[in-house]
Design a protein around this ligand. Structure first.
Ligand SMILES: [Zn+2]
Length: 168
């Protein structure tokens, strides 16, 4: 994706208040992010570990989502969990349940969408081999990187659709 500025990131959030967007801990090393290898920018709030954020580019527009980290999904030392975006499997809490408040009326009523995701939101790097998951890693399958990236994008967009779904 193209490099983003702090201002763009703060303006992109669709599911939090202006105040929350202003207070969000944005990565300090934005210029050093591996933008060319990122399908989306995801990070844990350096000042509040239970908060995480992701910003994706969709149809030329930025979509930012504030997430709350509900749990590390480590159910046991050898338990494996899979990220629902990139399908990388991790052990030892490398996957966390993250929930996003839905937009609009649904969000005001307390509805959220939860997904198990790479705890550091570095899906893009796991897929490209820039980062290795502890213990397990990307499942061995015959898909090309291109196909895996497309699948990750599909999963990500489906999540964004759930977060921003209009009330029925
Ligand atoms: Zn992932």
């Amino acid at each position: 994706m193209r490099p983003l500025t702090e201002r763009e990131i703060r303006a992109s959030f669709i599911n939090c208040s202006k105040g929350e967007a202003k207070r969000a801990g944005v990565p300090r090393d934005l210029p050093d992010q591996p933008w060319g290898d990122l399908d989306f920018l995801g990070w844990r709030d350096p000042g509040a570990p239970e908060r995480a954020y992701l910003v994706a580019e969709r149809d030329g527009a930025l979509v930012g989502v504030a997430l709350r980290v509900t749990s590390g999904a480590a159910r046991g030392f050898t338990a494996r969990s899979m990220c629902s975006f990139c399908l990388t499997t991790h052990t030892n809490g490398g996957v966390a349940l993250m929930s996003a408040r839905r937009t609009g009326e649904a969000g005001r009523q307390g509805n959220s969408v939860g997904q198990y995701l790479c705890a550091d939101l570095a899906c893009s790097l796991y897929l490209r081999g820039g980062k290795e998951a502890a213990g397990s890693g990307v499942i061995d399958e015959s898909l090309t990187l291109e196909d895996k990236l497309a699948r990750t994008r599909t999963n990500l967009y489906a999540f964004l659709d759930k977060v921003a779904a209009r009330p029925e």
